[in-house]
Write a new protein. Structure first.
Length: 129
């Protein structure tokens, strides 16, 4: 049985070399972070739309609420920035399709606001297949 390892915010999947793994995270947002879904008479505020950062050592396809975001492979120490990720109020699904090559999968993902600080009012839950 493969055991997930969590170190310094990243996730490592032992014995995953040469395999494809599907990681699904459920992100629960306390507020609507999608300006296209704002209520009537609510002013647009682009500062509430977060950016997603991915640090990974493998090829990754990223889907957020069914929308595919382009991810270019970089080194683990050089995170990929996906700008303007639209999160609805409530549960949002993020699926990462990770294809390991010569190393076991190692990945870290986090949201930041436009000001560079962590996004308040969100929680994460992760599943693996």
């Amino acid at each position: 049985m493969t055991r997930l390892e969590k170190k310094a915010g990243s996730i490592s999947i032992p014995d995953s070399k040469g395999q494809t793994w599907f990681l699904t995270a459920f992100v629960d947002s306390e507020i609507n972070r999608d300006p296209t879904r704002r209520a009537a008479h609510e002013l647009p505020d682009s500062s509430i739309v977060p950016d997603l950062y991915l640090a990974c050592n493998c090829q990754v396809k990223c889907f957020i609420n069914g929308k595919e975001y382009v991810v270019e492979k970089k080194g683990f120490m050089d995170p990929i920035k996906i700008e303007d990720v639209l999160l609805r109020k409530g549960i949002n699904r993020i699926t990462l399709v990770c294809q390991a090559e010569e190393e076991d999968i190692r990945i870290n993902a986090w949201f930041n606001r436009k000001y560079g600080d962590p996004v308040p009012g969100i929680t994460y839950r992760l599943t693996l297949d």
